[in-house]
Write a protein that binds this ligand. Structure first.
Ligand code: SF4
Length: 624
């Protein structure tokens, strides 16, 4: 191990002392960053992994003349590195320059653009700049540079910084672009690097290269799922009809006739596939047909662009379906089904779905470019899974996992008399689950977070809990916003509610992001996991298993990557909501007998706390 004085990371710390384990993490990162290396870092919530990571990467970056590109999943997550870097500048006096790129559409001065999809928004922005319509676009970075730096580096939060910049008549995105000229740290959201078209333009505009950078990806537990969603598209019959309508308005008569007939053929094909469906979805094996459609549409490239300009010129601010359909099909030509499956779905509307199931095909190259990579999270999946899904090279990957606090901070109960196993689902089983939750809520205080695998199950549980007389219960719905839920909880607590049951879906917005803290302690002190949040078995998961079998030649690994790994991430994320600081303690109920029957799940429980308790519904009788 490197001696502390040789590395001398201490001098960069903007606080009186390191928290437990932080120095060791910084030292590990500093010693292991190197050309072509990927570091997998897991440190639990409340550990404070941002500052040791930034200090180690910054020091190494200065020595090796590398920039840092720090990626966050959501704009809120950019606040932590912003705060730490501001502290490094202010308290330690380090000559560190940084800029933060949030979603350009969200920070754009023209709020009406927020309904556009991102690629379309970029075209609008370009047109506004090129035609001199946008008065917020700075013609000359030199003229605004010192003003932007002054506003940005003297703000307490990112929101404040962006507000100040915009109220000075400067586009926040362009302000950051100007600032990036001298920045050795660039913070941005995932799409800036993981979306191919955006990446090229972005890196070019800020004059950086991945090859000369240390790439840090925060909250990387979600990366495989995020990438699968990002690289997929859904084309509905409605999209095709709307594209035809736009074509008839904005293309010449002759071209529109050809284009519309192509849309009609595509629609007919999708409908004929849908007409033979027995299940919710139907896998399409003959994807050659789709490639022919994609080839055909590629001939319309210049006509689509010209039609789009006419569309904007008519002051249309809504999304262009013509452009959307064109872009979806162009994507097929880029990937030609490698790492993808094609299926037709009837819910919510009939649509053709081009689903990425192996993102390594798209991002393997991205991860091989940076000088070095750090993937970090509070609940990082197994190394093998990340190597498989992200195309990381095994020989150059090292990992560092800080032992979690789950063991010392939780008491775990596993129910042996319930399961959400598909074959055993019944009204009786749901009643038992409702009894469990009801009994737990009567013993608990503050917030009981109940996490179920699907919205349907949540709705069922809500009904049963209300029938049992539970009044203070809040449910997450598909369109729920975290702020709304937090407001409801605060309202209920103001009105004297001692216990609130919060029903959330596994892997949803609440389990990923809700934080309800009072006096630096999480108010969520009981977490109930209903069932095992495996993806629902479907023709889609069958195809994923086949693809993973091909890749790994190991059925066990294939199963783990499709079912176990995503479920484990969701469970740990949900539990993590109750352990936000060192002072937090929580009671965890794992309500499914598979937690003690299946080896991988049993291992997970034992890793969390080997002194877990096995219970049945009968055990609550003494407390009634
Ligand atoms: S330059 Fe900035 S403010 Fe102007 S349209 Fe583009 S994003 Fe919006």
């Amino acid at each position: 191990m490197t001696a502390r004085r040789e590395v001398d990371l201490d001098k960069l710390l903007p606080y009186p002392r390191w928290r437990k384990g932080q120095y060791e993490l910084a030292e590990f990162i500093y010693s292991n960053l190197g050309e072509g290396r990927t570091l997998l870092i897991e440190a639990p919530t409340g550990f404070g992994k941002t500052i040791p990571t930034l200090i180690a990467a910054f020091k190494k970056g200065v020595e090796e003349e590398k920039d840092i590109i720090y990626l966050v999943r959501t704009k809120n997550e950019a606040q932590a590195p912003f705060t730490e870097l501001t502290n490094l500048r202010a308290k330690v006096g380090v000559d560190i320059w940084f800029s933060v790129f949030q979603n350009k559409r969200d920070v754009c001065a023209f709020k009406e653009f927020r309904i556009l999809d991102y690629e379309e928004f970029l075209l609008r922005c370009k047109m506004f700049r090129d035609r001199g319509i946008c008065r917020f676009f700075p013609e000359d970075c030199e003229k605004i540079y010192s003003k932007v730096a002054e506003l940005f580096f003297n703000s307490r939060s990112l929101e404040e910084a962006y507000d100040k910049i915009l109220s000075n008549g400067i586009c926040p995105y362009e302000a950051m672009r100007c600032l990036s000229r001298d920045s050795n740290v660039i913070i941005g959201t995932y799409p800036y690097i993981f979306k191919e078209d955006i990446r090229k333009v972005f890196l070019h505009s800020i004059n950086k290269r991945l090859e000369d950078s240390i790439l840090i990806v925060d909250e990387a537990h979600n990366l495989p799922e995020y990438l699968m969603n990002t690289f997929s598209f859904r084309l509905s019959v409605f999209d095709l009809k709307m594209a035809s309508r736009e074509a008839s308005k904005f293309m010449s008569r002759e071209i529109s006739r050809e284009f519309i007939s192509l849309m009609n053929l595509l629609e007919k094909w999708i409908k004929s596939l849908a007409s033979t469906m027995n299940n919710e979805i139907k896998i399409v094996r003959n994807f050659g047909e789709l490639i022919v459609f994609a080839d055909d549409i590629s001939r319309f490239r210049s006509e689509v662009n010209a039609a789009y300009l006419r569309y904007i010129a008519r002051r249309n601010t809504g999304r262009s379906y013509l452009l959307y359909v064109y872009r979806c099909l162009s994507n097929v030509l880029k990937t030609r089904m490698q790492g993808y499956i094609l299926y037709v779905s009837k819910t919510p509307v009939t649509a053709l779905v081009y689903q990425c199931i192996n993102p390594s095909v798209r991002v393997g190259k991205i991860f091989s470019k940076p000088w070095s990579v750090i993937l970090m999270s509070g609940t990082l999946p197994l190394r093998e899974y990340l190597e498989l899904m992200l195309g990381l090279r095994r020989e150059s990957t090292v990992e560092y996992r800080v032992e979690g606090r789950v063991k010392e901070a939780t008491e775990i109960f596993v129910a042996k008399d319930v399961t959400t196993k598909f074959e055993e689902r019944s009204e009786h089983m749901f009643e038992k689950y409702a009894d469990y939750i009801y009994n737990i809520s009567r013993l608990a205080r503050n917030i009981v977070l109940v996490v179920a695998p699907s919205y349907n199950l949540l709705r069922k549980l809500l009904k049963l809990l209300l029938l049992r007389g539970l009044k203070t219960v809040i449910i997450e719905r598909e369109n729920t916003r975290i702020e709304g839920i937090v407001r409801k909880i605060k309202g209920l607590r103001r009105r004297g509610a001692e216990t609130i049951v919060l029903l959330a879906v596994a892997g949803g917005k609440l389990t990923e992001g809700i934080e309800i803290v009072e006096d630096s302690k999480s108010l969520i002190n009981t977490v109930v996991i209903v069932g095992v949040p495996y993806p629902e078995p479907s023709p889609l998961t069958e195809e994923m298993i086949k693809e993973m079998n091909k890749l790994t030649r190991d059925p066990r690994k294939a199963w783990e990557s499709v079912f176990e790994a995503p479920a484990t991430i969701k469970i740990l994320q949900a539990i993590g909501r109750s352990l936000r600081s060192k002072r937090d303690k929580a009671t965890i109920f794992l309500l499914d007998r598979r937690f003690i029957e299946r080896d991988t799940l049993k291992n997970l429980v034992e890793q969390m706390n080997e002194d877990y308790n096995i219970i049945t519904l009968e055990d609550f009788k003494g407390y009634q």
